[in-house]
Each structure stands twice: as C-alpha cells, then as structure tokens.
Design a protein around this ligand. Structure first.
Ligand SMILES: *Cc1c(COP(=O)(O)O)cnc(C)c1O
Length: 238
C-alpha cells in the first residue's frame, strides 16, 4: 500500500495528539508516555518517512522482517531504536540479540539466558521487558502474574540484559472503563515488582495499542505501541 506524501506525518501527529490529550485527561505529564511506532508489514521507506518526522522508536513483530529493515535503515541519523515485540522462539534469539535494542516479549528464563549469552560485546546490554498474560487470555503468550517477580529476579542477574519493565497484550474488551480495568491490573503488578526489585532502570510499562491507548495511558502505561493509527491497516501475506 502506497502512502501519500503527508499521510504518514499527519497520522503521526494525530497519534501524538491523542497521547498528549490522554496524558492531560489523566493528570500525567505529556512526556510520561513514549510512542513506539509499530511498523510490521510496512516498508523501510515508510519507516524512513516516519523517522523524518522525528519518531525514533520502532517495533517489529516478525524477526527476519525486522532485521531486513534495521539493516536497510542503518544510515539514518540520529539512529533509530528497534524493539522486538513479536513472539520469540529459541532459534530466533540470536538475531534479536544481534540487531535489536529492546525485546518486549521475554516470557521464560531460557530465552533470557540465550539473549544475554548472544548479545555481542560491542553493543550495549539489550533492554528487556517481561511479557505478562495479565488477563489470562487465550493467546497464552506471557507469564502468569504470580510468576513475574521470580523471573524478574533471575533476569536481573544476566550480565548482558537490562530489565526495563513489563509488557502486556490483553484481549480486546469493549468500553473505556473495562479497558482501564485490565490495564490497571498490569500497572498494579508493575508497581509491586518495581518496589520489590528497587531498580531505577525498571521504568517501562509497555501497553496500549491503536484501539485502547487512551485507557492504557489512564491506567499508567509508559509506552504505547501503535501501528494502525500511524501506518494504516495491514494486509498480511496469506
Ligand atoms: C501489531 C501490534 C501492535 C500494534 O497494534 P495496532 O492495533 O495496529 O496499533 C502493538 N503491539 C503488538 C505486540 C503488536 O503485535
């Protein structure tokens, strides 16, 4: 799908305005929430256009597709920050460790250990979030809330990772209040784990997407992951 010249910049500005309005509505500072632009299925050229409007953080779900874009956009300055937000199998951890800046979907120690072992020495430690199955949803990705502190404690011991926070993808629910209620559970868990770990770098709660970012901001998200509202609807290869 081709975008017109101003479509992506208009979309980006509209999303920034939504985030700012949600911060104001919930009494939070407008810089309390970071925007992660989710570029999965869109081209490196589209990413380049959005980057030209000042956006730095981009999220990819499919690891090889992400690596192709990271490689194509290596020369962009200031450098882009790449987040892996898709499911990670063991055989893909090396690519993530070698190319991405963040991994949001760590949900078991084995994956964390591989990422730490495989993180190249010349790169800064990889930023990681633990994916939590906050609503017990059918997707089955993510660890149970009760297991988060145990895994978090182990992950903080890994030398080439920095544990930055938690990430959730709750199943869609109708209505603002119902959305806030689910996200509020994640915020409560985040606060509890943060207090127990007592680490300043544990500062990221990655939740909220195109359909529920206002509710996520209201509940205390610090990073919303937005694809459709910036890049448009996705068409997946069959
Ligand atoms: C695709 C995706 C998003 C973005 O979703 P939109 O509804 O298009 O904003 C956010 N997070 C994850 C994990 C995704 O896979």
């Amino acid at each position: 799908m081709k975008h017109t010249d101003t479509q992506l910049s208009d979309n980006l500005r509209a999303v920034q305005a939504r985030i700012a309005a949600a911060c104001v509505a919930s009494g939070r500072s407008v810089d309390a929430v970071q925007l992660l632009a989710v570029s999965k299925t869109f081209s490196a050229d589209d990413v380049r256009q959005v980057a030209a409007c000042g956006q730095r953080d981009f999220g990819e779900n499919y690891i090889q597709e992400g690596v192709d874009k990271i490689t194509a956009l290596q020369g962009v300055a200031p450098a882009l920050v790449w987040h892996c937000i898709g499911p990670m199998q063991s055989n893909k951890t090396k690519l993530v460790a070698e190319h991405f800046d963040w991994a949001h979907t760590v949900d078991r120690l084995k994956i964390a250990q591989r990422l730490s072992d495989q993180r190249p020495a010349h790169l800064a430690p990889l930023n990681v979030c633990l994916q939590v199955n906050i609503d017990g949803g059918e997707t089955k990705s993510g660890i149970a809330p009760a297991d988060v502190l145990g895994l978090a404690t182990e992950v903080t011991k890994l030398p080439r990772l920095v544990l930055r926070g938690l990430m959730t993808i709750p199943d869609p629910v109708d209505g603002f209040d119902a959305q806030v209620a689910v996200h509020a559970k994640a915020r409560a868990l985040f606060d509890e784990v943060k207090a127990a770990l007592n680490l300043p770098q544990f500062d990221t709660l990655s939740m909220g997407m195109t359909g529920d970012l206002e509710a996520a901001v209201q509940a205390g998200s610090t990073m919303v992951r937005v694809g459709t509202a910036i890049f448009g609807g996705r068409t997946y290869a069959a």
